[in-house]
Ligand binder design. Structure first.
Ligand code: SF4
Length: 191
C-alpha cells in the first residue's frame, strides 16, 4: 500500500493518540480557555446577513492603561435564540473584517459635484443628516391627497434598518420616522 506523507502524519498523530489512550478534548479546551482568559466579552450580532446570528467578541487590552485594544477571538453566542452558538463560514471570519486595516471607522461624505469621499466627524455627519431630513421634509411633505383626505406623509424619504437592529430598536426608529411621515420602511433583520 502506498502511504503519502500527509497520510503517514495523520495516521501516526491521530491514530497514535487513540491507540495510546490519550483524550485530547481537555487539552483543546484548556488551549481555548487560555486564549480568552483575559479578554472582555461583548455580545453582538453578525452584520453580514439578515439571519442575524449572535456573536461574542473577545477583546484584549481594553481595560488596561497604555494598551491598544484588539479583537482576538469571535465565536457564536450559545445563548442567542436564533443561532444558538452557530456561525456560518462567513460569520466565523468576522474578526478579520474588524481588524482589516481598510475598514472604515469614520463617516465620509461625497459632496455634490465632487469626485471624492471626504472624511468628516461624527458631529458633522449627524448635523448634515439632520439638515437633509429637515430640507427634504419641508420640500416633499403632503398634508392632503387629491381627494382632500388628510394623509400627512413624506414620500421624499425612505427608511431601512440594518441587520444588527433588534425588534426593539426597529420599534423605536419606526415610531420616530412615523413622526416625520415617512411611508416607505423596512428592516433587514427579523431579530
Ligand atoms: S453567521 Fe452567517 S448566517 Fe449568521 S448572520 Fe452571519 S453571515 Fe448570516
Amino acid at each position: 500500500m502506498e502511504l503519502s506523507r500527509r497520510g503517514f502524519l495523520k495516521a501516526t498523530t491521530i491514530g497514535g493518540a487513540i491507540a495510546l489512550g490519550f483524550d485530547l478534548t481537555k487539552a483543546r479546551a484548556e488551549m481555548r480557555e487560555f486564549k480568552i482568559s483575559r479578554t472582555t466579552e461583548t455580545r453582538s450580532i453578525c452584520p453580514y446577513c439578515a439571519v442575524s446570528c449572535g456573536v461574542i467578541i473577545h477583546t484584549l487590552g481594553d481595560r488596561s492603561k497604555n494598551a491598544t485594544s484588539s479583537v482576538v477571538h469571535i465565536e457564536g453566542d450559545p445563548d442567542h435564540p436564533i443561532s444558538r452558538g452557530s456561525l456560518c463560514p462567513k460569520g466565523i471570519t468576522l474578526k478579520d473584517d474588524i481588524n482589516n486595516k481598510n475598514r472604515l471607522t469614520a463617516p465620509r461624505v461625497r459632496r455634490p459635484g465632487s469626485d471624492r469621499w471626504e472624511e468628516i466627524s461624527w458631529n458633522d455627519a449627524v448635523a448634515g443628516i439632520a439638515r437633509h431630513i429637515k430640507d427634504t421634509r419641508d420640500r416633499c411633505f403632503v398634508a392632503k391627497n387629491a381627494a382632500g383626505q388628510v394623509v400627512n406623509r413624506n414620500p421624499g424619504m425612505a427608511m431601512i434598518g440594518g441587520c444588527t437592529d433588534t425588534n426593539e430598536f426597529n420599534f423605536l426608529q419606526w415610531k420616530a420616522i412615523t413622526g416625520l411621515g415617512v411611508p416607505y420602511r423596512d428592516t433587514q433583520a427579523r431579530v
